[in-house]
Design a protein around this ligand. Structure first.
Ligand SMILES: [Zn+2]
Length: 264
């Protein structure tokens, strides 16, 4: 198995035609971790796995309970439960409310969910999963949101989920090889309803670039683009703040992991 990060979906809020919402597959050292599984991400995940039963997922991380980040976790559950019952439960590291939301899809009987997933809370003390150390921090959003940092011998990856500006992001992403964060940029489009709070609970790409610079990350992967936005405009805005490499998320895009190309 090559070490790579694959983008399953790059849209925020709801998916554009032919695209999906937030989701990433991280593969390293024979271990597969899924980071978020929003609207429309499951087909891309199954294509990468090469099966219809979601066989081969070792762990799932969900940053928060908004459906553009987690609704296809229920699809993953169905693929396991109806497609290939009986395997070991998949550890599911998730922010408050994710598990409850999954349970709501299941009417009264949540036993099948417990057979497919083993829930663990985020944020939390460190976890060890496969080759990774998983650290997490609470970041500001409309609902509880856990930013995550996955470290192994070869690289460090940080992912914010959705977050407003916060010094916690800089700590989460400190000198990470790769930071995945949002370029929600609602301000690019006219007529997008303003959030019903004055509190800042999403990042613009300019802010994403600023965080990347402050944290000293190696590479910035911008994602969670508002549907219809001009993504090159988001890149330019981030580049004003961050001098390093900026990559725009795209369904199916694969990134070789930092340092993984230079073993030893
Ligand atoms: Zn979102």
């Amino acid at each position: 198995m090559t070490s790579r990060l694959v983008v399953l979906g790059s849209c925020g809020a709801w998916p554009e035609p032919g695209r999906a919402c937030s989701g990433f597959l991280l593969e390293h050292a024979g271990f597969r971790v899924v980071l978020d599984l929003g609207y429309g991400t499951l087909p891309g995940l199954l294509r990468l796995l090469g099966n219809t039963t979601a066989s081969g997922v070792d762990a799932v991380i969900v940053t928060h309970r908004h459906p553009d980040h987690m609704v296809d976790v229920h699809g993953l559950f169905r693929a396991r439960w109806f497609g290939e019952r009986g395997g070991a439960a998949i550890p599911l590291y998730a922010a408050a409310g994710v598990w409850e939301r999954l349970c709501e899809f299941e009417e009264d009987d949540t036993e099948p969910l417990h057979r497919v997933f083993e829930p663990h809370p985020l944020p939390a003390e460190e976890y060890s999963l496969g080759p990774f150390r998983l650290e997490s921090r609470s970041l500001p959003h409309f609902v509880p949101n856990a930013g995550v940092r996955l470290s192994c011998e070869e690289f460090v990856l940080a992912y914010t989920g959705d977050t407003g500006p916060s010094p916690e992001i800089t700590e989460l992403a400190r000198e990470a090889d790769l930071l995945i964060t949002e370029a929600t940029d609602r301000q690019q489009r006219e007529g997008v309803p303003a959030p019903d709070t004055a509190e800042r609970l999403d990042l613009t790409s300019t802010e994403a670039g600023g965080v990347a610079r402050e944290a000293g990350v190696g590479k910035l992967l911008l994602s969670h683009f508002w549907p219809g936005n001009d993504r090159s405009e988001s890149r330019s805005a981030a580049a004003e703040a961050f001098p390093g490499e900026i990559v725009l998320a795209e369904e199916g895009l694969e990134l070789a992991l930092p340092r993984a190309m230079f073993p030893g």
